[in-house]
Design a protein around this ligand. Structure first.
Ligand SMILES: CC(C)(COP(=O)(O)OP(=O)(O)OC[C@H]1O[C@@H](n2cnc3c(N)ncnc32)[C@H](O)[C@@H]1OP(=O)(O)O)[C@@H](O)C(=O)NCCC(=O)NCCS
Length: 206
C-alpha cells in the first residue's frame, strides 16, 4: 500500500474544483453564489486552498489568504489569515495537521505572522481553541457571544489567534462588530451565516 503524503494547491486546479466550494464534510457540491463571489474576489488577492492526500485519499485541507482576502474581519500588516484547517480524525496522530500548517508557513515565509479565529464552548466540535494552540497560535483577544437563532441561551467565545514569525511583528486586530455577522461563504463553518436568515448579524455580544 502507498502511504505517501502529498499536499496539492488546488486554487487553480480544475480537477479538484469541487474542493474549492466544499470541504471534507459530506456535503453536496454546489457552486453557490456567496462562495463563488468570495473566490472570484479572493483568489487574485492571494487566497490559497490546499488539500492533503494520504494513502490515496483526501484527508486534510487548509485555506488561507492575506487579511483583505480572508473571510474573517482580521486586520494586519504582512499577516496571513488561516480561514480553516481540517484533518480527518481517522488519520489523527500522524502529524498531518502540522504538515499542512508547515506547508502554509513555508509558502508564506515572508509573512510577519499568522492569524486565525478559534472557539471555546461552541456546541460543534470545530475550531477548538486548544487545537489551534497545538498548532502554535496564542490568543490575543476574545468576544463572548450567543447565536440569535441556534442553541439560544448558550454562550461561547470567539478568539483572535496569533502566531508571530518575525521579530518585532505587529499583532493583528479584528473588527468585532463584523465578526458578529458570521461567515457566509463556507456552509460547513461553525459560524456559517445562511443568507435566508435575512439578519445582518447572526451573533450577539454577551
Ligand atoms: C487541529 C488539527 C488540524 C490538527 O491536525 P492533526 O493531524 O490531528 O494533529 P497533528 O498530528 O498534526 O498534531 C499537532 C499537535 O497537536 C497534538 N495533538 C493532536 N491531537 C491531540 C489530542 N487529541 N490531544 C492532545 N494533543 C493532540 C499533537 O501531539 C501535536 O503536538 P506536538 O506538536 O506537541 O507533537 C486537527 O485536529 C483538526 O482538523 N481539527 C479540527 C479543526 C477544525 O475544527 N476545522 C474546521 C472544520 S469546519
Amino acid at each position: 500500500m502507498n502511504f505517501e503524503t502529498r499536499i496539492l494547491d488546488i486554487t487553480k486546479n480544475d480537477e479538484y474544483e469541487k474542493y474549492l466550494y466544499k470541504c471534507l464534510a459530506p456535503m453536496p457540491f454546489r457552486k453557490y453564489r456567496k462562495r463563488r463571489g468570495y473566490l472570484e474576489a479572493a483568489i487574485p488577492k492571494g487566497f490559497h486552498k490546499k488539500i492533503l492526500i494520504f494513502n490515496e485519499g483526501i484527508v486534510g485541507q487548509i485555506e488561507y489568504a492575506p487579511p483583505e482576502a480572508s473571510y474573517y474581519p482580521i486586520i494586519g500588516d504582512n499577516v496571513i489569515v488561516m480561514n480553516c484547517i481540517w484533518v480527518l480524525r481517522k488519520v489523527k496522530g500522524r502529524l498531518l495537521g502540522k504538515q499542512l500548517f508547515a506547508d502554509m508557513m513555508k509558502n508564506e515565509k515572508n509573512a510577519d505572522g499568522f492569524a486565525t479565529v478559534a472557539l471555546e464552548n461552541h456546541w460543534s466540535p470545530w475550531l477548538k481553541k486548544w487545537q489551534m494552540e497545538k498548532l502554535g497560535f496564542k490568543s490575543l483577544d476574545s468576544v463572548r457571544v450567543m447565536h440569535k437563532l441556534k442553541h439560544k441561551g448558550e454562550c461561547f467565545k470567539i478568539y483572535l489567534m496569533w502566531l508571530p514569525t518575525a521579530k518585532n511583528s505587529k499583532p493583528p486586530a479584528w473588527n468585532t462588530p463584523k465578526i458578529l455577522e458570521g461567515v457566509s461563504c463556507c456552509t460547513s463553518h461553525p459560524l456559517y451565516h445562511q443568507e435566508k436568515t435575512k439578519l445582518k448579524e447572526i451573533l450577539e455580544k454577551r
